[in-house]
Design a protein around this ligand. Structure first.
Ligand code: SF4
Ligand code: SF4
Length: 353
């Protein structure tokens, strides 16, 4: 079980595609520690805690307190820690703490597209500072996961932006598309997205030929879904993850936060198993749209949270997501064939061993 703690809904940025409300609300220490205790008490030896927001680094002290709580009150529990951050408040002190306590940091950075997407409230972009923090993070965590988000009107800069992140030293990059229902994707921008993915694939292929260990997660997971039969996504809504909101209310995943009909408990009262199971069972209904699709096992169509965000229904996939998944699979397969033909030993080592 992994618990995502929403330490605040506030953020020091106002990204153009953000779905967060930016309310001035903050998780109290009492709520955070109760959340830690709840997660520690699930009867399992291992577990996970993800620090999330808004911007979690606005609550550094609370992160310190949560980790300390595990060490003092639950020393038998082996937690994996993660944090997703915009990175602007990263500093040596926090990174020392993160490395001492094995907190894996994922940085959201849109590469060159940050100039138009990742803005302060007064409209200034943060690219210069973001690049500085990217370098700092990579010094401490060289394999840190860098997550770019692609807005439809930036699609022509997608490949250049991803490549700029590798050029700055990133080794693991992913690209998610802005998937809000009003994100503005159309046939032209989707066609362009297909072209951009091929440029990224060419870059990854060139790096592979030089023996450079970089990965583009969106391709890798599609390749591994064939070579290792590893599913691209296992939703299991309500069973694997808990989303613990700033006020202690618990939901099965992030997109359901604040919706009373999806609340499955609180940190004080625990999980209402009947509600959790009811929501879980509803999430098992596969999109009728996907019936008979040969790509189903390689697609994220079972992500109830994403489907709910895009279609307002856990059991429906948006046409944009479907097209994106098909493009990723087609491009990743063609990349895999080229890599296999160029250097079979390296391909086997990376994708089969
Ligand atoms: S950094 Fe994240 S939470 Fe903050 S505005 Fe951007 S997308 Fe929203
Ligand atoms: S979303 Fe599209 S690609 Fe994915 S399983 Fe459904 S029909 Fe197939």
């Amino acid at each position: 079980m992994n618990g995502t703690l929403i330490l605040t809904k506030q953020c020091n940025l106002r990204c153009r595609y953000c779905f967060e409300s930016h309310e001035h609300v903050f998780m109290t220490e009492e709520t955070a520690l109760a959340a830690v205790d709840l997660l520690a008490g699930d009867g399992k030896k291992q577990g996970g805690i993800s620090f999330f927001g808004g911007e979690p680094l606005l609550r550094k002290e609370l992160i310190y307190r949560c980790v300390e709580r595990v060490a003092t009150a639950h020393p038998e529990k082996e937690f994996r820690y993660n944090m997703t951050t915009n990175g602007l408040l990263l500093d040596e002190e926090f990174l020392t703490f993160a490395c001492d306590n094995r907190i894996k940091i994922a940085l959201s950075h849109d590469g060159l597209m940050s100039r138009v997407n990742r803005l302060y409230a007064d409209g200034r972009d943060c690219l210069a500072l973001l690049d500085e923090k990217l370098m700092l993070l990579l010094r401490w965590q060289p394999k840190a996961f860098i997550m770019a988000t692609l807005a439809a009107d930036c699609v022509t800069q997608a490949a250049e932006s991803v490549i700029s992140l590798y050029a700055k030293g990133a080794r693991q990059v992913n690209l998610a598309i802005d998937s809000r229902p009003d994100a503005g994707w159309n046939d032209d921008s989707m066609d362009e997205l297909g072209r951009q993915l091929h440029i990224i694939a060419d870059y990854i292929f060139a790096a592979f030929q030089e023996g450079k260990r970089i990965s583009f997660n969106a391709f890798d997971e599609k390749i591994l879904s064939i070579t290792k039969q590893k599913p691209c996504h296992v939703c299991d809504l309500g069973h694997r993850k808990l989303y613990i909101d700033w006020d202690g209310a618990i939901y099965p995943c992030i997109q359901f936060g604040g919706l009373p009909e999806y609340q499955i408990g609180t940190v004080k009262t625990g999980i209402d198993e009947a509600v959790r199971e009811r929501i879980h069972r509803r999430s098992l209904v596969k999109p009728s749209f996907c019936r008979g699709c040969a790509l189903e096992s390689r697609c994220v169509n079972d992500c109830a949270c994403l489907n709910f965000q895009q279609c307002g229904d856990m059991g429906e996939v948006s046409p944009v997501q479907c097209t994106y998944q098909r493009m990723l699979i087609e491009t990743a397969d063609s990349l895999a064939r080229r890599m296999l033909a160029a250097d079979e030993a390296q391909f086997v080592e990376r994708y089969l061993n």
